[in-house]
Ligand binder design. Structure first.
Ligand SMILES: Nc1nc2c(c(=O)[nH]1)N[C@H]1C(S)=C(S)[C@@H](COP(=O)(O)OP(=O)(O)OC[C@H]3O[C@@H](n4cnc5c(=O)[nH]c(N)nc54)[C@H](O)[C@@H]3O)O[C@H]1N2
Ligand SMILES: Nc1nc2c(c(=O)[nH]1)N[C@H]1C(S)=C(S)[C@@H](COP(=O)(O)OP(=O)(O)OC[C@H]3O[C@@H](n4cnc5c(=O)[nH]c(N)nc54)[C@H](O)[C@@H]3O)O[C@H]1N2
Ligand code: SF4
Ligand SMILES: [Mo]
Length: 748
C-alpha cells in the first residue's frame, strides 16, 4: 500500500479554507509526449472528442481530434483546460477519516482500513435499523458502466430502495415529458439535422455558454438561411444574433406554447395527415388552447402580442424545423408540462422523424443521457425498465441471479431522500459524483439534514463541500483514469479511454464499490475485472427494453465513431434518427414510429399554472439561476482550474438598469438578494440583457456565495425536479461582506 502522508502541508493543501488552483504554467510545451489518447471531454453532455496529451503518467494538455464527427476538433474553454485537474494539488490521494482535531478536520487513513470501516458501518446500520436505512446518491458524470453498477449495488448488495442521482436536478422533466409523449426518452435526431433546417426554436437554453458546440450547429443553420427564435428572460449571447427574441417571464412557458398552438390552429398551420396517422389526443389539446388568445398569452408571459404572432407565423409556416430546450423550461414545478407544451408544437407541425425535422432536449452532465438509462434512478431498472413492474423486476433479477422478491421496490427522488435523512428514516449515506450541499435548493435545510446522519461515506477525487460532512472519504477516479462508455446529447454511445493510472491510493470508482461489496461479504455479482465486463452484462440486461444496447460493442463504437441506440443486434448499425416512418422499435413492433403499442405519439393538455412562489410586496423580484461559460455545476472541479477562475471568479447578480436605478444600485455595488429561505451578498452587474422584473445569479459557488440558499424546494409533481428557475426575492444595497475567507464553512 502507498505511504500515508503525514505532512500537515499536504493536508492543509487539501482541506484548508481555500481551494487550490492549478494554472499549468509549469508545463513545458516542448515536451516529447508518451502518447495521445483519443477520448472525450469530462464536462458537459456534448461530449466533444479530444486527444489527451500524456507524459509520465500525467495528462498535460489536450489536442483537437478532428475526425470525431460531432465537434470536429472544436472545444470550449472548459474542455481546453480540463487537463489541469490531473495532478492538481487538491487531488485526493488517500482515504480520509473525519477527525475534528486534525488540520482541516480530516486525517488520512489506509485504503483497506477505510473500506473495512465503511463495511462495518453499513452492516451496523442495516442490522440496527433495517436495509432501507441506508441510501445512495449518485451522479450522471459517471460512465454508463458505473451507473449500471450503482443501481445493481443498491438493489442487490445493499438491498435498499433508496438510490437516486443528480440527474434528478437536471434531465428528469424532459425524460418524463418525452416518455409521456413519445414513449421513449432520447433526442429524436442527430445534430446534423440542425444544419439545413428552416427554423431553429430555442426555449430556455443558453446554448452559447452551456452547449457551445450546439451553438455552432445553430450558426451553421443560420448561414444556410434558417430563422432563429429564442425564448429566455435574458438576452443570452445566442439571442443577440437571433431573428426573434421572446423575453418570457420566468415560469410562463406553458402559456407561451399554448398561445402559439392557438395561432397554429386558428391559421390552420397544422399537418393534418401526420396528426391523424401518427398521434392521439389532438382534439382535446386544440379545444384547450382555444382560450389561449394572443391577448391572454401576452398578459401571462410578458411578451408582446405582436412578437407572439410573429413567432407563431415563423414556426407555423415552416417546412422544416428543429426545436431544442434545456433547463430554462424544465427546472420548474410544472417542468413536465412545459416540455409537453413544446412537444405539442412539434407534433402539430408534423415535422419530426425526417431529415432537418427534429426535436431534442439538450443534455447536461457528461453522461446526462446514459446516466438516466440503466438503473441509478429511483424508479428505474436497466434498459429503461420500470422498478415497479413485476415483469421487469423478474427479468433483471434473473440476469443478476437474485430472487425478485428480494429486490427492493422503487425508492424516492434525491430531495425526498434528504427529507428522509432529516426525519431520521435514513441513517447512513454513500454519495458519489454529487455535491448536494451546493447544488440542491434551499441548501441550509440540506446541511441540517446531513448533520443528522450516523454515517456518511463520500467517493470523489476532490474533497467537495458535501464530502466535508463525511465520516470517511474514499479517493475515486478522474474521468481520464478509467475507461467505459457514455451517451452524449444526440443519443450516441461513445467510448471514454483511459489515459493515466490512478495516483496514490486512489481507485477506479467501480473497484471501490466492489471492494465494499467484498468487505461486506456480499460480493456475488460484484466481481467484474473491467468496465468491458460490466458493459457485456449491461447490454444483455438492456436487451428487449426500450433502451436497447444489446447490439452495441466497444469495437462497433470505435469503428463507427459511436453507436446510436436502440441497437438490437450486433449487425444493426444503430438508430441516429428516431421516429422515421417504417423505423423499427421494440414497443410498436412495426405498428408506427412511436414507442407505444399503437405506434402513435400522444398530445397532452397542458394547463398553465404560475410558479410555486410568485412575487408579492415583500419579495417583488423574480430570481432565476443558471450557469456561466467558464464554470461547471457545483464548481467542485472548475473552481480549482486557475484560468477558468480568472475568467469568472465570483458570482454576480445580473440586474436591469431600470430596476438598478430604482433600487439605487450601480454596477459593481455589493447587493444582497434575499428570499424567504436565505440571503446571499454578491456584486451587482447592471446589464440591459435581462427583464427588469427578474434578476439572475449563477450557482457554481458554495457557502455564503451559494444562490441555493435562496432557491425553493418546490418540485414538479411528476418528475420531482426542483424549481431552480424561479422564486421570489428582494434585492437591496449592502455593505461589503466580511472577507469570503470562511466561504466553505457551513452557514449558521
Ligand atoms: N458552462 C457550463 N456549461 C454547462 C454546464 C455548466 O455548469 N456550465 N452544465 C451542464 C448541465 S448539467 C446542464 S443541465 C446544462 C444547462 O444548460 P442550460 O439549460 O442552457 O443552462 P441554464 O443556465 O441552467 O439555463 C438556461 C437558460 O434558461 C433561462 N431561463 C430561466 N428561467 C426561464 C424560464 O422560465 N423560461 C425560459 N424559457 N428560460 C428561462 C436562463 O435565463 C438561462 O439563460 O448545461 C451543461 N453545460
Ligand atoms: N440554483 C441552481 N442549482 C442547480 C442548477 C441550477 O440551474 N440552478 N442546476 C442543477 C443541475 S442541472 C445539475 S446537473 C446539478 C449538478 O450538481 P452536482 O451533481 O452536485 O454537481 P457536480 O459539480 O457535478 O458535483 C459532482 C461531484 O462529482 C465529482 N465527480 C465528477 N466526476 C466524477 C467521477 O467520474 N467519479 C467520481 N467519483 N466523482 C466525480 C466532482 O468532483 C464533484 O465533486 O446542479 C443542480 N443545481
Ligand atoms: S462543449 Fe462541453 S464537452 Fe465540449 S469542450 Fe465544452 S464542456 Fe467539454
Ligand atoms: Mo444538469
Amino acid at each position: 500500500m502507498a505511504e500515508i502522508p503525514s505532512s500537515p502541508v499536504e493536508i492543509i493543501q487539501h482541506f484548508g479554507p481555500h481551494l487550490a488552483y492549478s494554472h499549468g504554467a509549469e508545463l513545458d510545451t516542448g515536451v516529447t509526449l508518451d502518447k495521445l489518447v483519443k477520448t472525450h471531454c469530462c464536462f458537459c453532455g456534448q461530449q466533444c472528442g479530444m486527444q489527451l496529451k500524456v507524459k509520465d503518467n500525467r495528462v498535460i494538455g489536450v489536442e483537437p481530434w478532428m475526425e470525431f464527427p460531432f465537434n470536429q476538433g472544436k472545444l470550449c474553454p472548459k474542455g481546453v483546460k480540463r487537463y489541469l485537474q490531473n495532478g492538481h494539488p487538491d487531488r485526493l490521494l488517500h482515504a480520509y477519516q473525519r477527525d475534528p482535531a486534525a488540520p482541516g478536520g480530516f486525517r488520512p487513513m489506509g485504503y483497506e482500513a477505510a473500506i473495512r470501516r465503511v463495511a462495518e458501518e453499513i452492516e451496523r446500520i442495516q442490522t440496527q435499523y433495517g436495509r432501507a436505512a441506508l441510501a445512495l446518491l449518485t451522479g450522471a458524470s459517471l460512465t454508463t458502466e458505473k451507473t449500471y453498477l450503482m443501481g445493481k449495488f443498491a438493489r442487490m448488495c445493499l438491498r435498499t430502495p433508496y438510490i437516486d442521482y443528480n440527474g434528478r436536478l437536471c434531465m428528469v422533466s424532459a425524460a418524463a415529458g418525452n416518455k409521456k409523449a413519445f414513449g421513449v426518452d432520447r433526442a429524436a435526431n442527430p445534430w446534423s439535422d440542425i444544419i439545413g433546417t428552416e427554423v431553429v426554436w430555442l426555449s430556455g437554453t443558453n446554448v452559447a455558454e452551456c452547449s457551445p458546440i450546439t451553438t455552432d450547429y445553430v450558426w451553421q443553420a443560420r448561414e444556410h438561411g434558417a430563422k432563429i427564435v429564442v425564448v429566455d428572460p435574458r438576452l443570452t449571447p445566442i439571442a443577440r444574433t437571433c431573428d426573434l427574441f421572446l423575453p418570457v417571464k420566468p415560469g410562463r412557458d406553458t402559456a407561451l406554447f399554448n398561445g402559439i398552438l392557438h395561432l397554429m390552429v386558428a391559421n390552420d398551420w397544422l399537418d393534418h395527415a401526420f396528426i391523424e396517422q401518427h398521434t392521439n389526443g389532438f382534439a382535446d389539446v386544440a379545444a384547450h388552447v382555444a382560450e389561449w388568445t394572443p391577448k391572454r398569452t401576452a398578459e401571462v408571459t410578458g411578451i408582446s402580442e405582436n412578437a407572439i404572432r410573429q413567432a407563431a407565423e415563423i414556426w407555423g409556416t415552416a417546412k422544416t424545423s428543429f426545436l431544442l430546450h434545456a433547463r430554462g423550461i424544465e427546472h420548474h414545478s410544472h417542468g413536465v408540462n412545459n416540455v409537453l407544451g413544446a412537444i405539442n408544437l412539434v407534433l402539430a407541425s408534423g415535422r419530426l422523424g425526417r431529415p432537418n425535422c427534429g426535436y431534442g432536449t439538450i443534455t447536461g452532465q457528461a453522461n446526462g443521457q446514459g446516466g438516466r438509462e440503466h438503473g441509478q434512478k429511483a424508479e428505474q431498472l436497466p434498459g429503461g425498465r420500470d422498478a415497479g413492474n413485476p415483469e421487469d423486476r423478474a427479468h433483471i433479477a434473473g440476469i443478476w441471479g437474485m430472487d425478485p422478491n428480494d429486490m427492493p421496490p422503487p425508492g424516492v427522488d434525491a430531495y425526498e431522500l434528504i427529507r428522509k435523512i432529516d426525519r431520521g428514516e435514513i441513517k447512513g449515506l454513500l454519495s458519489i459524483c454529487f455535491n448536494p450541499i451546493v447544488s440542491l435548493p434551499d441548501n441550509n435545510f440540506v446541511r441540517r439534514a446531513l448533520e443528522k446522519l450516523e454515517f456518511y461515506v463520500a467517493i470523489d477525487f476532490f474533497l467537495n463541500e458535501t464530502a466535508r460532512y463525511a465520516d470517511i472519504v474514499l479517493p475515486g477516479s478522474l474521468q481520464e483514469e478509467d475507461e467505459g462508455t457514455v451517451t452524449q446529447v444526440e443519443g450516441r454511445i461513445i467510448r471514454i479511454r483511459k489515459a493515466v493510472d490512478c495516483p496514490g491510493d486512489a481507485r477506479q470508482d467501480w473497484r471501490i464499490l466492489q471492494d465494499i461489496a467484498r468487505a461486506l461479504n456480499r460480493q456475488q455479482g460484484f466481481t467484474f475485472n473491467s468496465p468491458g465486463e460490466i458493459f457485456e452484462e449491461l447490454r444483455v440486461a438492456s436487451k428487449g427494453g426500450v433502451i436497447d444496447y444489446y447490439g452495441v460493442t466497444y469495437e462497433k463504437i470505435e469503428r463507427q465513431f459511436g453507436v446510436f441506440w436502440p441497437c438490437p443486434t450486433e449487425d444493426h448499425p444503430g438508430t441516429p434518427r428516431l421516429f422515421e416512418p417504417g423505423s423499427w422499435n421494440p414497443v410498436a413492433q412495426g405498428k408506427g414510429p412511436f414507442y407505444f403499442p399503437d405506434g402513435k405519439a400522444r398530445f397532452h393538455v397542458t394547463p398553465y399554472a404560475p410558479p410555486a412562489e410568485d412575487v408579492d410586496a415583500d419579495y417583488p423580484l423574480m430570481l432565476t439561476t443558471g450557469r456561466v461559460v467558464s464554470q461547471f455545476l457545483s464548481g467542485a472541479q472548475t473552481r480549482r482550474i486557475g484560468p477558468l477562475v480568472d475568467h469568472y471568479p465570483e458570482p454576480r447578480l445580473e440586474i436591469h438598469p431600470l430596476m438598478a436605478e430604482r433600487l439605487g444600485i450601480a454596477d459593481g455595488d455589493w447587493v444582497t438578494a434575499e428570499s424567504r429561505r436565505g440571503a446571499c451578498t454578491v456584486r451587482a452587474q447592471v446589464v440591459r440583457t435581462i427583464r427588469p422584473d427578474t434578476v439572475f445569479i449563477p450557482y457554481h459557488w458554495a457557502g455564503r456565495k451559494s444562490v441555493n440558499q435562496l432557491t425553493i424546494s418546490a418540485q414538479d409533481p411528476i418528475s420531482k425536479i426542483p424549481e431552480y428557475k424561479v422564486c421570489a426575492v428582494k434585492v437591496y444595497k449592502a455593505d461589503a461582506p466580511p472577507e469570503y475567507a470562511a466561504e466553505l464553512e457551513p452557514q449558521q
